[in-house]
Design a protein around this ligand. Structure first.
Ligand SMILES: [Mg+2]
Length: 231
């Protein structure tokens, strides 16, 4: 392979973000005293998840801002639960603190990174809140095998913008042709690669259809396919 550098997305590619979200919500719910009104259960989680999803859809339609989403989802949740006396701000403050402890790797992710690290320099490219991503990544098992982490908030640029990848490449002093982006998101990772003229490997465990008008260089449904391609 012609590549020297592998730029790995984190969430949905190496880490289970859904699990981290559920973990953080449960911890925030309990630490803010919500259990005085209703013990934590899957129904409570389902109610919050639906409200959370609807806020993310609002954000996509540009009907709210990210800070409004951060608090608004908890305000709606408390209202739906008929919980009074607990502030949405308390939940929205507790949530990212717990999220920062939620570094759950997919099975085989550490071994994947470890094996590839013998042949390539590996960097993590991730959108998200600086302290949350930094702590999740530094405490996880793949950390000893990577060379560095690029978090959008700290870089002042986000995937898929070309500016984000330009900054990453200039810091590691790499040419576009020496890099391969590996990620699960067509709109963040693969589109980013297309915009920045970097080859991409779409990690697609769901075997979804590419309907976003982007071009993938390679595709893999399981980690072994990635290893077969790159080793
Ligand atoms: Mg991802």
């Amino acid at each position: 392979m012609k590549y020297k550098y592998l730029l790995f997305d984190n969430d949905g590619t190496l880490m289970d973000f859904k699990k981290a979200e559920e973990f953080a919500f449960e911890k925030a719910y309990k630490s803010c005293g919500c259990e005085e009104f209703m013990p934590y259960s899957n129904n409570v989680l389902k109610l919050y998840s639906d409200i959370n999803d609807s806020w993310w859809k609002k954000l996509e339609r540009k009907e709210c801002t990210k800070p409004q989403l951060m608090v608004g989802r908890f305000a709606d949740f408390l209202k739906a639960m008929n919980i009074t006396g607990i502030k949405a701000e308390a939940l929205s403050e507790a949530y990212p603190k717990h999220l920062s402890k939620g570094g759950f790797l997919f099975e085989g992710a550490k071994e994947l990174v470890e094996k590839l690290s013998k042949h390539y320099d590996i960097y993590i490219i991730t959108n998200g809140i600086g302290f949350v991503q930094e702590s999740r990544i530094k405490e996880c098992d793949y950390y000893p095998y990577i060379k560095g982490v690029f978090i959008s908030e700290l870089l002042n640029a986000v995937k898929p913008d070309k500016e984000y990848f330009d900054k990453v490449l200039s810091i590691i002093n790499a040419k576009e042709s020496e890099c391969l982006i590996i990620g699960d998101s067509l709109t963040a990772d693969i589109k980013g690669g297309n915009l920045a003229n970097i080859d991409t490997l779409w990690f697609n465990p769901e075997k979804a259809i590419n309907n976003k008008g982007v071009t993938t260089t390679y595709e893999a449904a399981v980690y072994n396919d990635i290893l077969a391609l790159l080793l």
